[in-house]
Design a protein around this ligand. Structure first.
Ligand SMILES: [Zn+2]
Length: 230
């Protein structure tokens, strides 16, 4: 089948339930057929009930070129876990919780070269990025007033803390640094990456998914019960 040329054509590839969610998927800037096809694959890989759940909580999926063009308030801001000087133009996706309630997926990123200059390139693994950001949205949508599931679920927290304490190999620590960030960040990233892996794979590919499953086996075991929409 040929790739969708417009957002409207892309929407026809979505499941009827997701297509029926009002104003759920929109674009700030027209994108390429390759990107639309990957977005459709990413959205379709996540069961309808999650789309319905986060849509009901107010989350909307927004597509565009750079994240900073799709959502200009992000210009000049640094995404969490990125080095000093980085901006959202370098991020392939983002979940913006209150007040925006946006799931953003970029078609391109400005990639920092060894000399420091930026070079634009297409986002790799768009479907994985899509799944990860939807995972963040599910985490936040599960907040019943006390915080996202990854901040508050006692079983997930206990499993996370035990796994972090057991992770003493500095090579593994460096590899999984994004999931080991302090505060809520590491736990949120683990939740989202595991959600993505459950439905077809995360942003960084199967080897990375395998590594986080090995490092956080009990979190993986707890996740399916945790992500059941209420
Ligand atoms: Zn993330």
């Amino acid at each position: 089948m040929r790739s969708p040329r417009t957002l409207q054509e892309m929407r026809r590839l979505l499941s009827p339930a997701v297509r029926g969610l009002q104003n759920y998927v929109a674009e700030a800037i027209p994108c390429s057929p390759t990107f639309y096809a990957a977005i459709a694959a990413g959205l379709n890989s996540v069961p309808d009930e999650y789309h319905d759940f986060i849509h009901h909580r107010g989350y909307r999926v927004r597509l565009g070129s750079l994240l900073t063009d799709t959502h200009p308030p992000l210009q000049g801001r640094r995404p969490r876990g990125y080095p000093p000087g980085a901006t959202y133009a370098e991020a392939p996706g983002a979940l913006l919780p209150h007040p925006e309630l946006l799931v953003l997926v970029a078609e391109v990123v400005d990639e920092r070269q060894p000399g420091g200059q930026l070079r634009r390139r297409p986002v790799r693994n768009v479907a994985g990025v899509c799944r990860e950001e939807l995972g963040h949205a599910v985490d936040y949508a599960l907040d019943l007033g006390h915080g996202p599931a990854s901040h508050t679920d006692p079983q997930f927290l206990a499993a996370y803390q035990a796994a972090v304490a057991a992770l003493t190999d500095p090579v593994v620590q460096a590899y999984l640094a994004y999931q080991l960030q302090g505060g809520h960040a590491g736990r949120e990233e683990l939740f989202a990456q595991m959600f993505a892996a459950l439905f077809g794979g995360g942003t960084l590919g199967p080897a990375y998914d395998q590594a986080i499953h090995q490092a956080f086996p009990t979190c993986l075991a707890v996740l399916p019960t945790l992500i059941t929409p209420p």
